[in-house]
Design a protein. Structure first.
Length: 249
């Protein structure tokens, strides 16, 4: 059977996996990523887990169709409850809201901390996921940002043991500069590596914000004034990020 086709987003998630690792895909849906990892010899054993029986049934059929039931272990359960400490070298959690990802990591902290690599792809609240990772003492080794079907996605590559890449910017710091705020909001790795997709995103966001600023400038309501000040502050953070991105491109 031919290799499985993944979306741009999920292929980027899968390709971030360290070759040779045993992988746990949490929220595996139809098991496309586990099948891709095996077929492309990125991993020799994958645990595919989902909380819903419907997707698990479809995943089982897909795994059987590819003849991979001996190397893809399908499990039904909630979050990291389906795996034991040290059972997976890489844990993938993709396509979920950021606060749900944070909750999964909290509930299954010992399991997550026992892995060598976490690959996270939040659909929302990405800055809150970054903060959560840093608060746990883990390291954001790299990030990727891409466009798939007209939507922007960010993927975080996390090491649970200290590594050389220094991302020690804490949300508790009351004296954060605009650039440090940008690191947390938009990703230090992406900024310092001049990621072109992030640059495109920020230019678009800055232009949209500017239109709102002009529309709110003469408003007398307290709500509009607060939003106006908030947007001005956000523009400073975006400008700090864009200045550094431009210097790296």
């Amino acid at each position: 059977m031919k290799n499985i086709d993944l979306s741009i987003r999920m292929k980027a998630v899968a390709d971030m996996t360290v070759t040779g690792h045993t992988v746990a895909d949490i929220g595996c849906d139809h098991a496309f990523v586990p099948i891709y990892l095996i077929k492309n010899k990125i991993s020799s054993h994958v645990i595919a887990s989902d909380v819903r029986s419907g997707p698990c049934d479809i995943a089982r059929r897909n795994i059987d169709a590819y003849g991979l039931s001996d190397v893809i272990d399908l499990r039904l359960g909630d979050g990291l409850d389906t795996i034991e400490e040290g059972e997976a070298d890489t844990i993938i959690i993709a396509g979920m809201g950021g606060m749900l990802i944070n909750s999964i990591l909290d509930k299954g902290y010992k399991v997550a901390a026992s892995a060598k690599q976490l690959i996270l792809q939040p659909q929302s609240d990405i800055d809150k996921v970054r903060n959560h990772i840093l608060d746990k003492g883990w390291t954001i080794v790299s990030e990727d940002m891409l466009v798939d079907m007209g939507k922007y996605y960010t993927i975080l590559n996390i090491a649970t043991n200290p590594v050389e890449f220094d991302y020690k910017v804490r949300r508790a710091d009351e004296n954060l500069t605009d650039l440090k705020k940008a690191y947390l909001k938009y990703g230090r790795y992406l900024i310092e590596h001049g990621n072109p997709v992030l640059k495109e995103y920020l230019l678009g966001k800055r232009a949209a914000n500017q239109k709102l600023i002009l529309s709110l400038h003469h408003s007398d309501s307290e709500k509009s004034r607060l939003r106006y000040e908030e947007l001005l502050s956000e523009q400073k953070v975006i400008d700090a990020a864009l200045e550094l991105i431009t210097s790296h491109t």
